[in-house]
Design a protein around this ligand. Sequence first.
Ligand SMILES: [Zn+2]
Length: 237
Amino acid sequence: MTPLGRAQASALGYVLFISVLLNGGLAMGEESKCYGTTSNGYLEGGVKLPANGSNFTPYSSLARMIGRTYVHSSVLSTVVEAYERTAESLPETVFVYGETGFKNGGEFRPHKTHRNGLSVDFMVPIRNKEGKSIPLPTSVLNRWGYDVEFDDVGSTADFSIDYDAIAEHLYQLHKAALRNDIEIWRVIFDPELQPMLASTKRWQYLESNLEFSKRRSWVRHDDHYHVDFEVACDPIP
Ligand SMILES: [Zn+2]
């Protein structure tokens, strides 16, 4: 290698090193550590959800860049595996994930939970008027999807919630959680829209394996479903 080649190689090494730092990536196999609860806790060694996949995108690349999509390492594996399986079972369906939390957890406004790497918001999968699966439109104008308002069956003038896709996704999330030795503690989704899930083919499984919110929460969960995973966390020291 010429001296110039060495300089280039070390510059490249430096760039790689910096990009690992910026991405907050952990070495392979290293585990995050969570403390406390989703509403009073924090996280060590949080990892970022991927920038995209074959069937999913983040609600905002900018929000991801500034660090609002970190999770516990077991949650990361679970979320990615579930998307992979869903790509096989529903190859034409696209998904959008929402906010998760900061690298070190802690208070995450405007959310009341999302504090220890175990909470993930998934924006609802939707179909347009032609029946095609499209990503939920997210921009600053609708507060990255969180301001989309659906009617009482889950439709807007332009698109409708794809309940089969939600049910399949939740089914794959639960299966992936078990493979990663974690659980799903609860799913928060608008109680008025939940009955629409009952006609999906995964309902029987979901009903007997997942805990759905029964009451309306502080903000209407019609544009996203919030999933709290269950991981053995240490108490706050
Ligand atoms: Zn949430």
